[in-house]
Design a protein around this ligand. Structure first.
Ligand code: NAP
Length: 242
């Protein structure tokens, strides 16, 4: 086993999570990635991580399943020996106006985007507390700050992650564990591929959608350089929320 730092990134077969895994690997991290079911994408990500000469392994499980999260964290510890950075990134949308929103779509989004952070972080902080160091990054969203019609479930989950981040930062600061959130704007991934990007871009001061790498560089900054930053929500949105 190498003495590289270890990052665990959920939802890293594609999109933002994949970019985070690659950016951390470029900084020398060994990387454990999680995904839900897309084996092909996960295998491709692992190939790309291996090409960066770090140790990398993919874990397929549902982040909305508490027991599966606990088991996966145990497996990561068996395989990698420690966890220095946890990125709670896996997420889904089930959009629809609230009047027509059913319980299934409400619960799927809250379980996958918010409860997952509890399920993953609970076992991981025990490890970080023993290590007396750690960095947790929760992937929130600008809609957790400003709300969005058609996304009451998603906005509630992302706002919940912000409260979770700030509270944990206060609880864990004395243990040298930093907890921050990122609030991405519109980032080019599968999640946003069906949106009318021309219309959205008009409202973005930087006049472009974000790239997964824009978020990944912020994760790397939080993990590596932001030694006196905790409890913050970093907007990475091209100036959309000012
Ligand atoms: P994406 O391209 O749709 O990728 C989602 C990732 O999460 C995939 O790796 C997927 O695995 C995994 N995943 C989904 N449900 C899961 C589950 N139940 N258990 C385990 N893994 C699961 O999404 P993205 O755009 O990169 O978004 C990543 C995060 O950023 C999300 O939390 C999202 O809410 C947030 N965000 C995105 C944007 C944006 O504009 N894209 C803006 C703000 C916030 P599979 O490949 O196996 O399906």
């Amino acid at each position: 086993m190498t003495d590289n730092k270890v990052a665990l990134v959920t939802g890293a077969s594609r999109g933002i999570g994949k970019a985070c895994a690659i950016e951390l690997a470029k900084s020398g991290y060994n990387v454990a990635i999680s995904y839900a079911g897309n084996d092909e994408a996960a295998n491709k990500t692992i190939e790309e991580l291996n090409a960066l000469k770090v140790k990398a392994k993919a874990y397929k499980f549902n982040v909305a399943d508490k027991d599966a999260c606990q088991k996966a964290v145990e497996e990561v510890i068996n395989d990698f020996g420690k966890i220095d950075v946890l990125v709670n990134n896996a997420g889904i949308t089930r959009d629809g106006l609230f009047l027509r929103m059913n319980s299934e779509n409400w619960e799927a989004v809250i379980n996958t985007n918010l409860n997952s952070a509890f399920y993953m972080t609970s076992p991981v902080i025990k490890i970080m507390m023993k290590q007396r160091s750690g960095c947790i990054v929760n992937m929130s969203s600008i809609v957790g700050i400003m709300g969005n019609a058609g996304q009451a479930n998603y906005s509630a989950a992302k706002a919940g992650l912000i409260g979770f981040t700030k509270s944990l930062a206060k609880e864990l600061g004395s243990r040298n564990i930093r907890v921050n959130a990122i609030a991405p704007g519109f980032i080019q991934t599968d999640m946003t591929k069906d949106l009318d990007t021309e219309k959205i871009t008009e409202h973005i001061p930087l006049k472009r959608l974000g790239l997964p790498e824009d978020i990944a560089k912020t994760v790397k900054f939080l993990a590596e350089d932001a030694t006196y930053i905790t409890g913050q929500v970093i907007g990475v949105d091209g100036g959309l929320v000012i």
